[in-house]
Ligand binder design. Sequence first.
Ligand code: SF4
Length: 262
Amino acid sequence: MTYKPINIHQMLKLALAAQMEMGISEMVLPAVEPVRTVPQPDENAIAGQIIQNQEIYMAAKKAEKVSQAAIPLFQDPSFENIEEHYRATCNCQKCPLGSTRTNFVYGVGNPQADLMFIGEAPGAEEDRQGKPFVGRAGKLLDQILAAIKLTRDEVYICNILKCRPPGNRDPQPDEMAQCFPHLREQVRIIRPKLICALGRIAAQALLQTSTPLGKLRNRWHEYEGVPLWITYHPAALLRFPAYKRDTWEDMKTLKARYDELK
Ligand code: SF4
C-alpha cells in the first residue's frame, strides 16, 4: 500500500476548522518531532498564517456579535406598520432566491398578535400562493392550532426566508443572513409576547446556534427579549408521526403560557 506524504497545511486547516466548529478560539499544538519523508514547506510560516486567519475570523465573529447586541430591544421600528414593511421588501433581490421565486411569501395573520410562529422557508405550494404554511404541513399546523383553540387570525405566521429554496432544499447560511433582517423587522413591528419556532432551522437561526433540536426543545429561550418556545416543524410530523406526541406536549406548554398573558 502507498501512503501520501502528510500535508501539514491541510492537517492544520482541518484541526482549526474543527475547533471553530466547537467554538474554541485557541489551539495548543503538542511539540512532536515530525517524521520527514519528503521536503516540507515552511511550517512556521504556514501555521502563523493560519493562526492569523483564525484571529481575523474570531475578531469578525466578535464584531458581528457586538453589532447584533448593540441593536436595542424594540426600539421604535424603522417601519410604521406591517404593510409599509411589506411594500418595502416584497421585491427583494438580496439573494439569488429572489430570481427563482414565483411569489414573495411575507407572512399572514394578525399583525397585533401576541403569539408568532416562525418556520424556515416557503415550499412549493407557499411559493405558488404567496402565503406561508398552506400546503400539507400548513393544514397540519391549522389542526395543531385548532387543538389549542387558536386560529390563524389570532396568531402571526411567517418564515425565516421569504422566498422558496429550489427543490425545497434547506436554506443556506448566506440566504438566511441576507433575509434575516426582514424577519427581525417583522418581529419588531408585531411585538409578539411569545414566539414559537417551528423546526430545527428556524430555532437555530433565531438562537444563532448549531445545537440540535432535541437539546433546544422543552425549555424556554429568548429572542430579542421575547420568550421563545421550540417544537417540531409540521412537515417533520408528516414524515415522522411519532413526533406528534411530543408536539402535543409542546403545544400544551405553549398554550398555558399564552393563556397567562390574558
Ligand atoms: S430569500 Fe429573502 S433575502 Fe433572498 S431574495 Fe427572498 S426576500 Fe430577499
